[in-house]
Design a protein around this ligand. Sequence first.
Ligand code: R5P
Length: 273
Amino acid sequence: MDWGLQNRMHRMFSTASTNTVMLAVDHGYFMGPTRRLENARATITPLLPHTDALALTRGILRHAVDPTVTTPIVLRVSGGATVLKEDLSHEALTTSMEDAVRLNANAVAMSVFVGAPHEHESLVHLSELVDQGEEYGIPVMAITAVGKELEKRDARYLALACRVSAEIGAHLVKTYYCEDFGKVVEGCPVPLVVAGGPKLDSERAALELARNAIDEGAHGIDMGRNIWQSDHPVAMLKALRAIVHERATVREALEILTTEKAHSASRAPAATA
Ligand code: R5P
């Protein structure tokens, strides 16, 4: 691995814990103005000081994040389908590596759709992106997307999707937590981070997901809705940080959450969506 690529990888992870807390705010690229991400700048700004890396598209980066920000950027560079279509796998690379460099991206990210109608295209796009990433020294994060088929999130499927992504050359893989997650970790030679998925029923459930993922070998989280759709997003992020970086128990994280809630302003109750 070239020095620049190694350096950019290192900047996203804590040296002490070897883990990362990424904030995912890239949902709009196929979901539009997702609930509580309608005003991206208002959502992102208070969370940035508690975030190790920020995952988003170039449009939201340019419009919602000040160029003075030093948080490493994980730039989503795939797209081309929206929730209005049945087949979300019909994606291509939508941002050039040159623009990623212009934006000072620390890493680039794209979805891979293993087993979906456009599996072949997404895997070939991943190989092209890895070639470009190696050329420019920019790590590539593969995202094992399941489209609308959330039930696909089991260890057998995710282990296959993560391994295939790593074999093609992804330097980092984002996937979902699942039962027997250890098997996914075991078969994947590069670091894994986990997404949260749709907002869970309770804060405890989201903290448990993070704790279990770390216990079973994830190198962090790349979480969105379970943070910024919370009534107390900063408190939630701080509680998750304690789990990811200090191996706090769920009980300890819930205590942090309670304490932080008392100090942080609550968001206005959101309409359901
Ligand atoms: C899909 O929109 C993106 O890959 C998200 O970044 C990913 O799903 C993580 O966000 P969440 O925790 O909300 O699932």
